[in-house]
Design a protein around this ligand. Sequence first.
Ligand SMILES: C[S@@+](CC[C@H](N)C(=O)[O-])C[C@H]1O[C@@H](n2cnc3c(N)ncnc32)[C@H](O)[C@@H]1O
Length: 276
Amino acid sequence: MTGEDIHALKDIASWLNERTGIYYPEKKLDILKHKLFKICIEQQMNIKEIAALLMFENGSSSSSLALMVASAASTNHTAFFREDIWEFFKDVLAQTIKTTDKVRIWSAAASSGEEAYSIAIVAAELLGLNMLSKKVTMLGTDIDFQILKQAEEGIYPPDRMEDIEPDLRKKYFTELSDCSVKGIWKIHDDIKNICLFRRMNLKKRPYPFKQRFHIIFCRNVLYYFIPDERERIVNELYRVTENGGYLFVSVTESLTGMSTPWQRVPGKTGIYRKKG
Ligand SMILES: C[S@@+](CC[C@H](N)C(=O)[O-])C[C@H]1O[C@@H](n2cnc3c(N)ncnc32)[C@H](O)[C@@H]1O
């Protein structure tokens, strides 16, 4: 990389961190460059020009270039039924349903929708499809508007479908027969219709909700942020959670060392509760 490229990438990295919280340390600037390659080709711009335009727009995080850069820089890896939490989640949901007419659940870094749909499928298994929309609402948000389009479509290729048990796949997905590739599946409308997807930046606070959530999933995203920012995010999540509500972070992310009122659920890794 040339000195000019490094300089421009540092500017883009600090813009990203400032505006989205996505953090690229100096040793990962080559990865950032790689991720911006497609934008360079499509927009016919080099790294220096992208950096200059972002600075010129005075850090706006909603211009089309800004949205493209944030989308390219984020890592969207996700999976259906990721991590071994689903039996416990089902118990939490069963308890919560007894305390409220409608359970409000938020997948706060929803990516292409697998997490939100896994949650909705567990809820459907617990309640049955005819009660699902009466008893549960599901919001999925992400900073990346492009990945949210995939979430809204709810169509998944064969490799994504491998983590779903065959009987659940058969029950809640339809294989698309009009595709040239075999094994493309679409989530059923009964599940899709309880899930609403919207773009939202976790760094922008206060979060704009009129009603608090009973259960929040904020998994595999906290590592994007510097420690102070992580703490501010989990404390804002606390504010928008109902008393006695739950926060699921990833088993690899912990709130240990943070100044936060969240209480760890005994015996569970990455699961926290708000005082009831
Ligand atoms: C690795 S995926 C995690 C998806 C899912 N939660 C899971 O655990 O499988 C991280 C997601 O966080 C999103 N993200 C990154 N920074 C964000 C921010 N500031 N606000 C909201 N979402 C963000 C990325 O776009 C990406 O889709």
